[in-house]
Design a protein around this ligand. Structure first.
Ligand code: SAH
Length: 655
């Protein structure tokens, strides 16, 4: 958790994020070192006040990223005594920095409410003599012109002539300009004479849109209008315990396969919502298969329990490997109790609902065995392996953490032994394979697995795009054998992370050659499949800091600007369903189709480099058929003992 020693954090921000990234203007650095940024951000975001990122300040607006503020001032060449016009007051933060620099500041914003609160804040902090007004900044402030510098903190489609002409000769205008509302180039224009200007392009930036006469005209399309369109199309969801919650999903009940996602592996609302939807699909619509992102042997324990069968061989307790909380949690326990009760009402054993694990046979036990082995013989390689296994989640690419060469060498040296360890494990597993398991995991699939085991384990060990694809192909093939085994009319619900079930070809995964079970299901079942994604803005989540680490309850950061989550949060409806199959040519889908960022939290969450580790580009309406939104969410509650890996336990605890 970030410390709240603001002065210290501020010093660190100036050193690391401003000076450290190449800002040399002494006046700007000194001013940034003085303005208390914590006074400009909403109370709920205080701990992020000195992160180098933009933050939401309400009304869909943001306080700019500190580095960008500094860069714009350096580019504008502002110095003490200058008359400076700022367009886009927002929180008033950059106006305060300019005042601290000794400038005579004029700032305006099109939102009167923002101007009012900025004025109060600046007065309270003792900044006097700042001119503030509300109005269309693309028209400038002619009465106070000319200016030594004009700084625009919102992005427009071009450089407004009005603003250029309010510059003194030699004066500079800094403004983000771009054809898209949220992605711009940072332009610096210097007035060199009465009618002559020099323009320079400083690279890409992302600001909120500049709206006005010489900016973006209306709210019809793009980032601004899209929030209104989401709000109009969003169907508010009833309370999770209200029977009407499940009914909202009757629209997907005619599908053969329904895939339900999640954007973290530790969010209570996602598990409970999927539980309610699945209960409805089972009790009203004939679904008999629940197939989840878990290992087959672990799920088999649950399957025996819910089908009122005797427990299997207690060789290894269910869900005893990292990440235990993903299935050993109170939310899943409640759902499993429901399944058992439901099955109790169905006399014919064959008709009872089954619970299956789709993941690579023994994925987690295999990883645990590798780590245990390496810990004993080569701790350094063990450390790398832990990092590598993060790559089984596509969003955990962190190419900078280890040198590739060192990695390859250490890994090669251990390869033979590791593959041996894994093969022994497989042999032991197969020896335990009992009747129930054999019934579903058909003989052929088993044989193929054994034949391919060596290559399969080598790929798994090295971790790469091919191990991801191997895993999702395996999940898909397992689902197909389950459907085949349960008959031509069988219907399945799949629970897995959004990154597995949202069509990979509509995300940046596709660009890396990665596919997933959602994409494979669409290819195989066409219209007979529904892909349902789940998202959230903020709250808490259960996750680890590194592979094999303990579960922690972590704060989920409010979603970043330019993400789908940000748009949903701005729509202001706490829980809703967005049906992306409707009106495919309409304004909402067209607007949403513009690629944006999307967040994926896995078993690992690293908020400190969230943008790099957890956001990827996606095209939401092509990725999912439906989108379920919970603005604020809470962490799952792990079952007691979920962290104890050495103790024989059965599932569930009371069995
Ligand atoms: N400088 C601000 C960040 C501002 S965000 C800070 O440090 O907090 C951009 C602001 O530009 C928003 O508040 C938005 O309302 C405003 N804006 C957009 N179009 C505008 C226009 N035509 N005239 C004035 N302000 C505008």
């Amino acid at each position: 958790m970030a410390s709240t020693d603001f002065a210290e954090n501020r010093r660190r921000m100036v050193d690391r994020d401003i000076a450290g990234r190449g800002i040399t203007d002494g006046g700007v650095l000194a001013a940034m070192g003085k303005v208390p940024r914590e006074a400009f951000v909403p109370d709920g975001l205080l701990e992020y006040a000195y992160d180098d990122s933009p933050l939401p300040i309400g009304g869909g607006q943001t306080i700019s990223q500190p580095y960008i503020v500094a860069m714009m001032m350096q580019l504008a060449g502002v110095k003490a005594g200058d008359r400076v016009l700022e367009i886009g007051t927002g929180s008033g933060y950059s106006a305060a920095v300019l005042a601290e620099l000794g400038c005579k500041v004029f700032t305006m914003d099109r939102h009167a409410a923002l101007v009012r609160s900025a004025a109060m804040r600046l007065r309270r902090l003792g900044y006097k003599g700042i001119g503030l007004k509300s109005g269309d900044g693309t028209l400038g402030w002619p009465e106070e012109s000319p200016f030594d510098a004009v700084i625009v903190t919102a992005g427009g489609p071009g450089i407004p002539d009005t603003l250029s002409r309010q510059l003194k000769p030699g004066g500079r205008l800094v403004i983000p300009v771009g054809e898209q509302e949220r992605f711009q180039r940072l332009m610096v224009r210097q007035r060199t004479g009465e009618d002559s200007f020099d323009d320079e392009d400083l690279g890409s930036v992302a600001f909120v849109p500049l709206i006005g006469t010489h900016g973006w005209k209306t709210k019809e399309t793009g980032a601004v209008g899209i929030v209104d369109l989401i709000r109009q199309a969003a169907e508010p969801l009833p309370d999770l315990d209200d029977p009407r919650f499940g009914e909202m999903f009757d629209r997907i009940a005619d599908k053969r396969v329904v895939l339900l996602g999640e954007s973290s592996h530790g969010t209570s609302e996602f598990y409970r919502a999927r539980g309610k939807i699945t209960e409805r699909l089972i009790s009203r619509h004939g679904f008999t298969i629940v197939a989840v992102e878990a290992d087959w042997p672990d799920a088999a324990h649950v399957d025996r329990f819910i089908r009122h069968r005797p427990p299997g061989s207690p060789d290894e307790p269910a869900f005893s490997c990292f990440p235990t909380w993903m299935w050993r949690n109170v939310e899943v326990e409640g759902f499993i109790d429901w399944l058992r009760r439901h099955n109790g009402t169905i006399p014919d054993r064959q008709d009872r609902v089954g619970f299956y694990g789709l993941d690579l046979y023994n994925l987690r036990s295999s990883i645990a065995a590798v780590l245990e082995y390496l810990d004993r013989i080569d701790p350094e390689t063990a450390g790398m392996a832990r990092e590598r296994y993060g790559c089984l989640s596509p969003w955990q690419r962190d190419p900078t953490s280890y040198g590739e060469a060192a990695l390859e060498a250490g890994f090669k040296a251990c390869e033979k032994a590791v593959v041996g360890v894994l093969q022994d494990l497989l042999k032991k597993r197969l020896a335990y394979l009992n009747q129930d398991e054999a019934e579903w995991l058909d003989v052929q699939q088993n044989a193929r697995l054994i034949a391919a085991a060596e290559e399969y384990y080598r790929t798994l060990y090295y971790g790469s795009t091919s191990s991801w694809n191997l895993r999702d192909r395996h999940m898909f093939e397992t689902l197909q054998s389950i459907l085949a085994a349960r008959g031509p009319r069988s219907k399945a619900v799949v629970w897995a992370h959004n990154s597995h079930i949202g069509d990979a070809s509509a995300t940046e995964m596709g660009r890396y050659g990665e596919l997933n079970i959602g994409q494979l299901c669409r290819e195989a079942f066409g219209e007979d499949v529904a892909l349902v994604g789940f998202g959230t803005d903020r709250g808490t989540v259960a996750a680890a800091s590194g592979w094999d680490g303990p579960v922690e309850v972590k704060q989920v950061r409010p979603s970043i600007d330019g993400s789908y989550e940000r748009l949903c949060a701005e729509a202001g409806i706490p829980e809703f369903l967005l049906d992306l199959t409707l009106d495919r040519d309409g304004a909402l889908i067209t607007g949403l189709k513009r690629q944006r960022l999307e967040r994926a939290i896995g078993v690992i969450y690293r908020p400190e480099n969230e943008r790099q580790s957890h956001y990827f580009h996606a095209n939401l309406p092509d990725q999912f058929d439906h989108w379920v939104w919970f603005a604020e969410t809470t962490a799952v509650t792990p079952l007691a003992g979920a962290e104890r890996r050495d103790q024989a336990e059965t599932w569930p605890s009371g069995l």
